[in-house]
Design a protein around this ligand. Sequence first.
Ligand code: SF4
Ligand code: SF4
Length: 149
Amino acid sequence: MDTDVFYTDGLRFSCTQCSRCCRHDSGYVFLSKNDLNALTARLDLSRGAFIERYCVWAPAGLGHHLSLSEQENHDCVFWRDGGCSVYEDRPTQCRTYPFWEHIVADSTGWDRERRECPGIDIGRRHSFFEIRNDLAARVRNRPEHKEAR
Ligand code: SF4
Ligand code: SF4
């Protein structure tokens, strides 16, 4: 076990379903190839039709990353009737929150994130290995990218 990290005893997190991270604020929900495959299968759409209907290309470096689009009020395109309408197939970015590289890089990042999410430091303790699994899932699921032409 890597003993340099601050979460060797795990970290507590339970989503209160406040919806703050799915609604109201503008932001990107990036999609990996696996995310795209799961969502196109769920909605029975081709890759092209799905991207046209539900996605935007977000500027990233010299190219663009694929992201979910937003509704007019900045809710995620898949926020419907008080919840995530694709919950079982939600993207890796949503599935792994809050165990993201920059948030768990040190205790300061974790403490800072507490101001954004009321689920941090309450409820279930996620083990060191669960956190590492989420970080690894993020490495395996980098956003779909296209270079600028
Ligand atoms: S901000 Fe935190 S508690 Fe609220 S919905 Fe998102 S993950 Fe759950
Ligand atoms: S895909 Fe679902 S969980 Fe992810 S931001 Fe959109 S509504 Fe929230």
